[in-house]
Every structure is written in C-alpha cells, then in structure tokens.
Design a protein. Structure first.
Length: 748
C-alpha cells in the first residue's frame, strides 16, 4: 500500500524533474552490503519524513545529507526519493552534532563522549575539534592518547569527505572513500581522478564494474588502454576465485571481450603492454596454446616446483637408525598394530625427502603423525607441525599432543612489513616438517612454505585429496599426486573404531558414489537424513534441529557446538537467510554496536573472512562477541577463548557464523553439523562438496533437504578443472630447480 504517513513529504512533479533536499537520516531500513543499494528513512528541516532509496550504504542515523534525485511512487511502498547523488553536510544543531560525533565518523568518540563534548562546547564543538583540538583535554575522560586519535581521525575525515563527495556523485558507496583514503592518504582524490581503476586493483570490496562506471562518467573512452588493461587484470583476478592459476590466452581474451565489449586488436595490444611491464607473464603450454598468468602467480607456481625439485634432487641424509625396528618399538609402546599400508606410509615419511600421505576419515593419518613424532623425538630429531589455518592447527595439536602452528606463524610472518621471517635465507630449523590439511594449501602459501624448508629436511604432506580444493588459486595436493615426482601413499582401510561411526562409513560411501546409510530415530546413531522437499519446511526444520532438538537430545551448546552448513550464500536456504533466523533464536537482545547499517550484539557468533595477521585471526576463524563498547566503537570477540579487541575498521571482516558455506568450513571440525541440501542448490551439488560437509561432523551429522538433491550430489563426481601447470613443471623439471622461468615481454 502507498504510504499514508501524515508527515511525509508531498509529491510535487511525479518524478519528471530533478530535486534537491537537505535532510537528516532517521534510520536505515535496508542495506545491501554488496551493491550499496539502501532504503533510508529521512527527516527534512520542516520535520517531514520521507524514504530515500539508492546508493546510500554507510550513512547512519544523525547524518545530515544533501540529496539530489527525483520523486517517484512505488507500487508497493508508495512515495520515495530515488537518489541520484548525495553529499554529507556537517550538522549545525546540538543534537545533530552529538549524533554525528556518536556515529563512528570520528574514532575515539562514542555516544557518551559525544554528549560530553557537545555539553561543553555546544554548536561550536566541530569548530573546536578542527581549529583548536587541544581544548578537548578539558573534557573528563580525554587524555593525550585519545586527543591524538580524535585529531588524526578528524583530519582523515575531512579528506575522506572530499573523496566521498566525488565518489558519491558516481554512485560509489561512501565506505569506499575511507578505504581509499587509508590506502592513498592525502593524494587519494588526485589518484582516483587520474585512474579510477586503481580502486578495483587496490581496494577490497571494489569491483572492476564500479571503477569502470566512475571512469566512464569521467569521460574515459571505451577503448582507452588503461581500461583494457584494467579489464584484463580483472579477468585474471576473477579467475583466481575459481582456483585458476592462469587462463589460456584465448579464454582470457574472450572473457575480456565479453566484459569490455572491446575489439580483439586493442586487447592484444593491452596483453603485450602488461607483459612488457611485468604485470603478467605468458607461457607456451603443450597442445593448449599460451597460458596467461598474473605475475605473482607465475612466480609462486614456478617457486613451488623449484623448491620441490631442490628437495627431491638433494635427498635427505640417511635416517641413521633401523626403520623397521623403530616402527616395531613404536607399535609396542602404543599397544597398536599398524596395517601394511600404514607401515609403508610411516617408512616413507621417515626416509623420503618429500612424501604425500592421503586418505579419508578413519584411515589412520593422525596415528602416522604421532608415529613420526614418537620415533624421531626419541632420537633427538626436530619435528615441526603446521597447518594452513588456525582451527586446523589447533585440531592437529589436540590430536598429537605436540605443538602445531599455522603456516604463517611457523614462517614468522610480520603483518606490518608483510614479510616472512623464515625464507630461503633464514630457513626453518628442523629435521622433518609435517603439514596437515594440505588440500587447503594454495599455490602462493605453498611457495612461501617450501622456500623456507632447508635442503636435507624431510617434508611430509598430509591431506584428503577427495575434499574440496583450496579456496585460493592452485590445486597443490592434486598436482603433487598427479606429477609422479613425489612418493604418494593413499590410505583406504577404515579401522575398527572408525567402522562404528556412520559418519566415517558414509563419507567413504559418498566418495565411492554410493548413497549413505541412515540411522533410525531411536538407533542412537550419528548420521541422519530428514527428507523435506519444500524449501521453507527444510529451512525451518534445519533451524529447529540446530537451535533446539540437537542441543536438547545430545546436551550440546547450540552456538558453540552446532554448525549449520549450506552450499550457497543466497536464497531461502542460503547462509544469509539462515544466519538471520538463527541469530534471532540464539542471541537475545542486549548490548549492541551499530556501524554502517550493520549491528553486532553481545553473544553473536561471527566468522573472520580475511586474514588479520596483526590480531592473529584468520579467514575462517569463528568467535563469539563477549563485550560491546559503544563509546569506543569496539567489540571484544573470543576466538577459542582468546579475547581479541576489534575496532570499527575491522568490522567489515566479520560476518555472522551460525551458518556458513561448506567451503568456509574446510579445515574445521564441529561436534555436530546440520547440512542443508536442496535442489535449489543444483549448481553446487557435487560429490566432493557433500563429502567435505559430512567430514566436518565429529559426533553428529544431520542432513535436511530433498532426497533428489542428495542423490544428485552423490552421483555428480564432476570436479571443476583448475588451470595449473604445477604437475607439468614437476614432470618436466630438468635438474635446474632454482632457475625461475624468464619468459617475459610477451614472448613464449
């Protein structure tokens, strides 16, 4: 129904002409974090309320805006101002200034401090901050440290304001201005004006299309060289999201032509120019034309191959002890009997320069790692344990009772300098390195790791080759297996204790293309399937299982111990919708921090989605909000009982985590998982996706969804091809491991 709000601004021209109006933001009713499109309730200077729609992401209650656009009547929501552009206007009233200062625009000032400042200086508060900030020391609670924070933040705010005005005129969300200013400093506006494509290259969350729209509005021609070059780099960067290390030249040009609607001749010239500058490299591929790499990925892939060949060709020194006797002593001490394949794997780990041990759940991979530690530790040898993620490292440490670290921590990564303390010049000090969950290892991290392994140190790579590959580019584990250059032992036998678990049995059945067995309601089993074909029923039931039924029956905490997994983000059965509903059930109202249209509540379950090396939290880490500081605009989030304080700048990297995608669950294990699987997810229904989801559950797995979707996932063994030449490089290695390819300047 059209609005009947008696205080609404009257429609005057039925959308025929542009209008301009100043108003204060009352509340944000909807904000799309991806597109920036928002629905905002505003109040003009006469006290009349209206709704504004458009690229308004980031505005907060209390902001004063000058809006330009046209009035329209929506068939459902009634009268609205369709915003074409806007700028922020500094407030001039006490209440407006207080709201502005409390909004998070100025770091160091929260709601309580904002009220004190306005009480002290009234409508001159903003002038005091800009012209005479030392007077802030008159306010109780503001010391020299806070003063510096406020002054620096205000100076940045003024620069951001100019950039925000420019970008807002081109439909770019205001949050981008803050990120660009943080990256470029005082020269941000000049840099963005001269080359808007820098935004797409340098600013997280800004896509090529956004930068392209700005460039086109500035009058840059469609065939401008910088546009074509930026488009090509965008195509190659997007390909990394699908795991590709390179793209064939023909595919690169075809994708760029579709994106840019540009002639092939111009794109060929752009490829040559980028190769000349070293932004990309070109390589001949046998029977497949030419491979086009982003320079950093070509160096990473070549570096992995070079390091492996170095280790393989040099070979480690002889063990110096009787391997057979050592394995017998280990079995006697642990009172176990290893299977023949396990003994083969353990022997390979102790003598081979590089060994790969792969196998599914219940096949004894962890027992072998314990054996390596036990045998070498008894002889005074140094064994290092590592995994790609914090959660995987913690699981490895718990399983082996030995110190295990993330690869970044092992390599002594310095986040401020973005450098690794351990490298070829200062290698790791170890006799043997074990890396677990190698399926998660992308080609860039693999290169950093292998570069730091000294010649003569053995390396044992452990992982499940049937799980999903790494989120980042490359297919390291599969390529090593396919290369034929390293010793590979595949464990297939499920051992007696694991045979009692339907989770383990069904994981192997799924991997073989067989439908899983299901436990009955009263069987006391650990694997269940609940058939629900209607999406709304499936969603409601999955939520009920996670929030009520499983916690009540199994004595588990619904937030800490139960994880909902879905193949996709969007839709009724997607992660976004499930998270919203689960939060309302599991996190009661309480202290809350609102920043940029998002809210964070005490008790919220959150996931970190980007590595933050300074705070020692990583992509995929899950924590829970333990404290909210509205005044300082900070959250305290407990990650594995370790409290981490995160300020407003870090909140973009946190997302709700009551439900998460199966891809994001890699390397993690949960007491119970509820997997939502439906034919709505048909694009994602693959065997390795389902297998990965099932193997995340330790005590209980419940699948809710349609039997048709389950059957499709089990049958679909198709694995998306990843363009990678690591296996080929290893097969073709010629005894010159340290020489990186020099195929530059467009030559192949």
């Amino acid at each position: 129904m059209p609005t009947t709000d008696p205080d609404a601004v009257p429609l005057t021209d039925n959308g025929r002409s542009e209008t301009s109006i100043e108003a204060v933001v009352v509340r944000t009713q909807f904000a799309n974090q991806d597109s920036g499109w928002s629905v905002v309730r505003c109040r003009d200077d006469h006290g009349l309320h209206f709704t504004a729609v458009g690229a308004l992401l980031g505005v907060v209650p209390g902001d004063r805006l000058r809006l330009s656009g046209r009035w329209v009547v929506h068939t459902t929501f009634g009268q609205q101002l369709e915003v074409a552009g806007w700028v922020a206007v500094l407030p001039s009233t006490r209440d407006g200034i207080r709201r502005f200062l409390a909004s998070g625009r100025v770091r160091g000032i929260g709601p309580k401090m904002a009220a004190r400042i306005v009480d002290a200086f009234g409508i001159e508060a903003l002038d005091v901050i800009e012209r005479d900030p030392q007077r802030l020391l008159e306010i109780p609670g503001i010391g020299p440290k806070t003063l510096r924070r406020v002054a620096d933040s205000w100076a940045a705010h003024r620069g951001i304001q100019q950039l925000m005005v420019f970008l807002a005129g081109h439909g770019v969300p205001p949050g981008v201005a803050a990120k660009a200013h943080a990256r470029y400093g005082a020269s941000a506006l000049e840099l963005v004006r001269s080359n808007p494509y820098r935004l797409a290259e340098d600013i997280f969350g800004v896509g090529f299309r956004t930068a392209d729209a700005v460039a086109r509005r500035l009058g840059l021609p469609a065939d401008a060289p910088q546009r074509l070059e930026a488009g090509l780099l965008h195509v190659l960067q997007q390909a990394t999201s699908d795991g590709h290390v390179f793209l064939p030249r023909e595919e690169t040009l075809a994708r760029a032509q579709e994106l840019l609607e540009a002639p092939a001749e111009g794109l060929e010239a752009a490829v040559a120019a980028l190769a000349e500058r070293g932004s990309l490299t070109l390589h001949g591929v046998a029977g497949a034309g030419q491979a086009v790499y982003l320079r950093r990925l070509e160096l990473a892939e070549a570096g992995v191959a070079a390091a492996l060949v170095r280790l393989l060709d040099a070979g480690p020194p002889q063990p110096g002890f009787d391997i057979r006797q050592a394995m017998g002593t280990f079995q006697a001490r642990r009172e176990i009997q290893l299977a023949d394949r396990q003994l083969e794997a353990l022997a390979a780990a102790l003598v081979e320069p590089v060994a790969v041990i792969t196998g599914g759940p219940g096949t004894g991979k962890t027992t072998l790692i314990r054996g390596i530690i036990d045998i070498l530790g008894a002889r005074g040898r140094t064994v290092l344990l590592a995994a790609p993620t914090g959660r995987a490292a913690k699981r490895l440490q718990e399983a082996t009772a030995a110190d295990a670290r993330t690869i970044h921590r092992l390599l002594e990564f310095n986040p401020r300098a973005a450098t690794f303390g351990r490298n070829r010049g200062t290698p790791l000090d170890a006799d043997l390195l074990v890396v677990d969950e190698v399926s998660m290892l992308d080609v860039e991290l693999a290169q950093r790791l292998l570069d730091a392994v000294p010649t003569g140190c053995r390396i044992v790579l452990v992982g499940d080759a049937d799980q999903l590959p790494s989120v980042g580019p490359g297919n390291v584990l599969a390529d090593l297996i396919a290369s034929g250059r390293v010793r590979v032992i595949r464990l297939t036998e499920i051992f007696r204790q694991a045979e009692q678990s339907l989770i383990v049995v069904n994981a192997h059945r799924i991997n073989c293309g067989e439908m899983p067995f299901f436990g009955s309601r009263d069987s006391g089993g650990d694997f269940y399937f609940v058939d629900r074909d209607e999406p709304d029923e499936a969603a409601s039931l999955a939520i009920d299982f996670a929030a009520r039924r499983i916690p009540e029956r199994f004595g588990l905490d619904p937030v800490r111990d139960v994880q909902v997994l879905s193949p996709m983000h969007r839709g009724e059965l997607g992660v976004a919708s499930l998270n919203q509903r689960l939060r309302e059930l599991l996190t009661p109202p309480g202290p809350e921090l609102k920043v940029g249209g998002r809210s964070f509540r005490a008790g919220d379950k959150l996931m970190q989605i980007r590595n933050n090396y300074e705070l020692d939290i990583f992509n995929g880490d899950i924590g829970r909000v333990s404290a909210v500081d509205e005044d300082a605009l900070e959250l305290t989030v407990s990650f594995d009982e370790r409290p981490v304080v995160i300020d407003a700048d870090g909140l973009d990297d946190l997302v709700p985590a009551y439900a998460c995608t199966i891809h994001k669950s890699q390397g993690s294990e949960y007491p119970a998982v509820v997997i939502v699987l439906h034919h709505q997810h048909h694009i994602m229904l693959q065997r390795n996706l389902l297998y990965t989801a099932v193997t995340r559950g330790r005590r209980l797995v419940v699948i809710v969804g349609s039997r048709r979707a389950l059957g499709r996932a089990v049958r679909n063994a198709t694995v998306r091809e990843r363009h990678s030449r690591l296996a080929e490089r290893l097969r073709q290695s010629n005894g010159e491991p340290d020489r990186l390819p020099q195929e530059q300047n467009g030559r192949s």
